[in-house]
Design a protein around this ligand. Sequence first.
Ligand SMILES: Cc1ncc(C[n+]2csc(CCOP(=O)(O)OP(=O)(O)O)c2C)c(N)n1
Ligand SMILES: [Mg+2]
Length: 324
Amino acid sequence: MSQPLSAEQLLGAWRRMVTIREFEERLHREMPKGMIPGFTHLYSGQEAIAVGVCDTLDREDVIVSTHRGHGHCLAKGCEVKPMMQEIYGRAGGLCGGKGGSMHIADFSKGMLGANGIVGGGPPLATGAALAFRNLGNRRVSVGFGGDGSANQGTVFEAMNMAVVLKVPTLFVFENNGYSENTAADYAIGARDLAERCAAFGMPAETGDGTDFFDVYERTQRAVERARNGEGPSSLVFTCTRFFGHFEGDPQKYRAADEVDTFRQTMDCLSKFRDRVTGEGWLEEAALQQVHDEVLALIDEAVEEAMAAPLPDLATLTTDVYTTY
Ligand SMILES: Cc1ncc(C[n+]2csc(CCOP(=O)(O)OP(=O)(O)O)c2C)c(N)n1
Ligand SMILES: [Mg+2]
């Protein structure tokens, strides 16, 4: 097969996926130490979706994330160090240390926010897309959601409105098999999520969320449609999460060997590495060098976050309302 992306683009995708993986693996080790306030939902295992989707977007395009948002933030270009400070609740964080893991936003990167409300993202993405359509600026929005979010009324309303108003938005569902501890097989009556999305009157496809190239190609087609004024699309990507629903989840609802098996068979990083080296598109040494650089950056980010000052008490009541 001919090389679908330049070596620079492939190495960039690898850097972003490895950054997400190592960021999350490190947080998994840091959380039990008690220095990180609030709740954390890790994204490990789903990296190919965030990166495959965001790599098709321009900087001016926007995304709206979920409660499991670190991967989306990093994929859209949020910097590691201010993100880490945000998660540690420090003044130098992307939201001044007042948002934490579940409320990271960086408008300068087109990252409109993680979201503690399941199904909260798609309506916001639809609104952003309506603005883009009215301004005629060819920008696109993406609303991420999980399989659980796909059962929310807010999502149904957003999908219908997006079709009726023909706005440039993508509904991306990451089907990791669970909504908290409820299996998607049980909770989604229609079983086939894409079929349900199609019923709203838009193209809908199911892809392999562990295959960066599959995610990238399907998303690229949907983005082109949106930019050309042909309206919204839905993409459902199957995947798994390598950790619990939240950090501290005992995961009694999963078979004892389930995660180990998925780490062997559904690891998007291994699949990407095998593909790009097997095809001769990238050298193993180049991948390793990026991996080492990422590990060093994350070490520094954690060290600096722990030493960084907390927000000043005077900022407690600022940033509550915005003015337009
Ligand atoms: C409106 C709303 N209902 C319920 C919750 C509690 N809740 C938080 S995460 C979650 C599961 C979401 O599952 P899914 O959309 O599949 O995302 P995943 O956690 O698998 O990434 C639930 C029910 C919530 N935060 N918001
Ligand atoms: Mg889920």
